[in-house]
Design a protein around this ligand. Structure first.
Ligand code: HGY
Ligand code: MN
Ligand code: MN
Ligand code: MN
Length: 410
């Protein structure tokens, strides 16, 4: 506990990082899919934001929301050369409990640990919550950090629509933002000296290495494309089979082609996890079908080219059309090697691991020195309810983050 000046008051010890995660374990549970569904500006995510702001204020941190809706909890006046940590609170549909929230609760817990160690940062320190990291509502990943850094133009973001057709501009206004002010915030980015994101590992690297914490080395190049197949909507029973232009057929053939094409590009991973027929009636031949492609790795351009060719051929054979649109792209990121090695050494030569997942830290790394810490995930599974981290590793991660922040805030 701390009084409003931020000095700790003798009281019951703050909950550990695993205790903070337990506090929010019931927020945004998805009763139909399992796991969690928490999307920007929806009830669950707004509840989590309110919880975060309350926890931060209880610790004497000054909480502010930037023009893009990202939350910043400051220990010390927001000034230049700040050390910032944090992650996101939103999830994929039916996602796990750790992807995102682990980095946020670890930031709060690291503040408690620094105080317990009697460390007062010599630099401003902030815990940040970025909005819409998963792109689960508006389709573009790391929306909050891309808007902050200007790597996504505001006018493009404002036009994005969620599955109900609500634009980001409308949702932002309902969420209390002023759409006309959304966009790059170079003044705020200019305050950041270093950024460190702690994240549950999405893979089994630490399981195989047998340790609780690693530092990040690289983030895979990755992008998202939307293929829209168009045919002729019609009645399922009144339309003879030889009188159809059913877009579901080329869509299905393209899903199979993605797997076949990716199999021939050893370092590339391509996935179709979302396919939406319109109108989506059981007794209706679809008029259009949207297929979203997620492709990652060094050979993505060739893989996307081959997928597009397969989609066009399949569409033509069924008398349909297909349109391919790039929704987002992120180049491969190599985290700052000097900062990486400094953090690794501070953590007793923690191993450095690559990741196949995108992160806000990767977006920030184009503008400020950024690092990542990973916490062991015994299942290696992520973006699914089986995502997991033992309490002991969660708390070891918060201790490692506190050690890292103490080093960087000297
Ligand atoms: O999709 C990703 O790689 C990240 O989890 N947003
Ligand atoms: Mn994720
Ligand atoms: Mn994440
Ligand atoms: Mn492959």
């Amino acid at each position: 506990m701390a009084d409003t000046t931020g000095t700790p008051t003798a009281a019951t010890p703050e909950p550990s990082a695993s205790g903070l995660l337990a506090d929010i374990a019931d927020v945004g549970r998805d009763r139909t899919r399992g796991g969690y569904s928490r999307h920007v500006f929806d009830t669950a995510e707004l509840d989590l934001r309110e919880w975060f702001a309350g926890e931060a204020r209880r610790r004497g941190l000054d909480v502010e929301r930037d023009r893009n809706g990202n939350l910043w909890a400051w220990w010390g006046a927001p000034g230049p050369d700040a050390v910032v940590t944090g992650s996101h609170l939103d999830s994929v549909p039916g996602g796990g409990a750790f992807d995102g929230p682990l980095g946020v609760v670890s930031g709060l817990s690291a503040v408690d640990i620094l105080r317990q160690r009697g460390v007062t940062p010599a630099k401003p320190l902030a815990v940040v919550v970025f909005g819409e990291e998963e792109g689960g509502r508006f389709g573009v990943p790391c929306l909050g950090s891309r808007l902050l850094t200007g790597s996504l133009p505001a006018e493009r973001a404002l036009r994005l629509r969620d599955p109900d057709g609500v634009t980001f501009a409308e949702a932002a206004r309902r969420g209390g933002l002023e759409p006309e002010h959304i966009g790059a915030d170079p003044g705020l980015v200019g305050r950041i000296g270093r950024f460190v994101e702690l994240h549950v590992e999405q893979g089994r690297g630490l399981v195989d290495l047998g340790g609780p914490v690693a530092v990040g080395s690289t983030v895979i190049a990755h992008g998202r494309w939307r293929l829209t197949f168009a045919g002729q909507g019609n009645h399922a029973g009144a339309t003879p089979m030889d009188d159809r232009r059913d877009p579901m057929l080329p869509a299905a053939e393209t899903v199979a082609a993605v797997r076949r094409i990716a199999a021939s590009a050893p370092a590339t991973r391509a996935t179709v996890g979302r396919l939406t027929p319109n109108p989506g009636g059981t007794n209706v031949i679809a008029s259009t079908v949207d297929v979203w492609l997620d492709a990652r790795g060094p050979d993505v351009p060739a893989v996307v080219r081959d997928v597009e060719a397969a989609a066009r051929a399949a569409a033509e054979a069924e008398g349909c059309t297909v349109e391919l649109r790039e929704e987002s792209w992120s180049d491969e990121v190599v985290f700052d090697p000097v900062l990486r090695d400094e953090v690794s050494a501070e953590l007793g030569d923690a191993p450095a691991l690559p990741t196949g997942a995108g992160h806000d830290a990767a977006v920030l790394s184009a503008h400020v020195p950024a690092a990542m810490l990973y916490v062991r995930n015994p299942t290696g599974v992520s973006h699914a309810p089986e995502e997991y981290a033992e309490d002991s590793d969660v708390d070891a991660g918060a201790q490692a983050l506190a050690t890292t922040l103490a080093r960087l805030c000297r």
